[in-house]
Ligand binder design. Structure first.
Ligand code: S1T
Ligand code: MG
Length: 539
């Protein structure tokens, strides 16, 4: 077995199901092994940001490793933003970059694709990954790969592997399955006891769940935990879509002033807010109506638990959930008195202009009629209107908030699950990575794409309406669909929107682009409240 095969087998053993990538001369030998070995399927795309976003989305929906393979310099540095997004949003992404061979680096010449120095790229990636290794020695490579992949899984953050092209085919030993990092069972027991004691003595305990619950594959166990605790459960903004397929007592998503008042009040009045796997960020907790006193909270994130002013270090989320479940009897306490969020349905098939809320309503009607779909959104009002869509598997850049995520992430969802995704994206974000739809035909993908065309960076206009630079041109995106191998239609009113969605749902084998014309100034209720909330905090 050569080094590349050892790496590919290790990726598969640790849960990877596919590789997204774009080769280059420093990566051609490695891509040759990927293609000829068939150990993992390879999906090439057109621009490295899309490779990173697609692999990130695959990691999220798998609750396992996503893999992005690129060439050195121009390729890997092109992908810094998506990897930064994966780091911020705790996605276990493995970045594999080809690199110059050892011999090449000793000729005293500057190499093509080299930036400042040959190890500049490695140093840049140290800032956006939790572990790194350069595989320049076959004697240490198996242990190095095991170390890095274990870090990726235990911290649920990206890692970086650099593979010099003259190492690719060298004979190499098998990569050992690296064991789970150890933790102290006594500390875990004390921590679980203290958490339950605090929740039981609280007047209004609330459970808020976040992305780590999915990243560590804990949704079913957390649903059971919620039932046994008998607490009202909400998700963070980034955790939207969690518990969608469980019968947990889920009320909806907490978005502070931008969310449903009943949920906002419940969370902000809680004297024991149990933040399970929640990233404590401005987008998750920053737009609170009333300041949330984190000293009253219990935070389980990043392998540690913080309660008031003390910390339990090295407490992995999975064992913590198990320890809590072991301390709670299986019967479910009395039903909760809080009503869950209600989502809009029954879009009138009339000639009224389309609003963002109509788009959410139309999607709810579509899923009622034809079953739930996994959804990928970009950033922009597309993400905020998704808060009015019924709970379903959702990937969105809810914290790092980078544009360009939506379309590649939707392609990653279909590659990873085989399920047809719904992609919701604004025109500004589509201008960045929407053209990746041109790769659907050769990979057999057929997403339904709802493109909100307001010819505007509308979310920015909401904050700074006086700026003309938020005006975009109308690119007539639907007309481009045919050239890209799909079908496209422009819809101008609610009747056309509903009809186009149903027609798209019937057509398989080609992507379906529905370009929904929305007036500038039309915002979803959630975005409108979010903008108001942020502005009121600024005064
Ligand atoms: N560039 C990238 C890569 N990501 C970003 N988030 C931004 C810039 C800033 C930004 C937003 S929202 C937004 C920009 C430019 C406009 C989005 O326009 P569009 O996709 O058409 O959606 P909508 O019209 O619904 O706003 C956030 C605030 O940072
Ligand atoms: Mg727009």
């Amino acid at each position: 077995m050569n080094l590349s095969e050892a790496l590919l087998h290790a990726l598969k053993t640790h849960g990877a199901r596919e590789i997204f990538g774009i080769p280059g001369d420093y990566a051609l030998p490695f891509f040759k092994v990927i293609e000829e070995s068939g150990i993992l399927p390879l999906y090439t795309l057109s621009h490295e940001p899309a490779v990173g976003f697609a692999a990130d989305a695959a990691a999220r929906i798998h609750s396992g490793l996503g893999v992005a393979a690129v060439t050195y310099g121009a390729g890997a540095l092109n992908m810094v933003n998506p990897v930064a997004a994966a780091f911020a949003e705790k996605s276990p992404l493995v970045v594999i970059s080809g690199a110059p061979g050892k011999g090449e680096t000793q000729r005293g010449l500057l190499l093509h694709h080299q930036a400042k120095s040959l190890d500049s790229q490695y140093r840049i990636y140290q800032e956006i990954t939790c572990a790194q290794a350069c595989l320049d020695d076959v004697r240490t490579a198996p242990a190095e790969i095991a170390r890095v992949l274990r870090a990726c899984l235990s911290r649920s953050q990206p890692v970086y592997l650099e593979l010099p092209r003259d190492m690719v085919n060298l004979p190499c030993g098998q990569v050992p399955a690296a064991g789970e990092p150890a933790f102290d069972p006594e500390a875990l027991a004390a921590c679980a006891d203290e958490i339950l004691a605090r929740l039981r003595s609280a007047r209004s305990p609330v459970l808020m769940i976040g992305v780590e619950v999915r990243r560590f594959g804990l949704e079913q166990k957390v649903a059971e935990l919620a039932r046994r605790l008998g607490l009202p459960v909400v998700t963070s903004l980034l955790g939207r879509g969690l518990l969608a397929n469980t019968d947990a007592p889920l009320l909806g998503t907490y978005i502070g002033v931008a969310g449903l008042p009943a949920i906002t009040e419940l969370v902000e009045k809680s004297d024991a807010l149990f933040l399970l796997g929640v990233i404590v960020s401005d987008t998750n907790l920053g737009v609170s109506a009333k300041h949330i006193d984190l000293r009253l909270s219990i935070q389980a994130l990043d392998r540690q638990v913080t309660i008031a002013h003390h910390v339990y270090p090295e407490i992995p989320l999975g064992p913590l959930v198990e320890a809590l479940l072991a301390r709670l009897s299986a019967q479910t306490p009395a039903a909760l008195q809080h009503e869950a969020a209600v989502y809009p349905r029954g879009l009138p098939a009339d000639t009224a202009p389309i609003t963002p809320l109509d788009i959410a309503t139309a999607v709810n009607d579509l899923m009622d009629a034809h079953g739930k779909m996994p959804i990928a959104t970009d950033i922009g009002d597309c993400m905020f209107l998704a808060m009015d869509i019924e709970h379903t598997a959702l990937v969105a850049p809810g914290y790092y908030a980078t544009m360009g995520f939506g379309v590649p992430a939707g392609l990653g969802l279909q590659a990873a699950t085989g399920r047809r995704p719904l992609i919701i994206v604004g025109d500004g974000a589509f201008q960045m990575t929407g053209w990746e739809l041109g790769n659907c035909r050769r990979h057999g993908w057929d997403p339904i794409v709802l493109l909100i065309n307001n010819s505007s960076w509308e979310m920015l206009r909401a904050f700074q309406p006086e700026s003309k630079f938020n005006d975009l041109d109308d690119w007539h995106f639907a007309e481009a669909a045919i050239a890209l191998g799909g079908d496209g239609v422009r819809v101008r009113n609610r009747g056309e929107l509903a009809q186009a969605l149903n027609a798209a749902q019937q057509r398989r084998g080609r992507f379906q682009l529905i370009e929904a014309m929305v007036a500038r100034g039309a915002m979803s209720p959630t975005l409108a409240r979010f903008v108001e909330g942020v502005k009121s905090k600024r005064v």
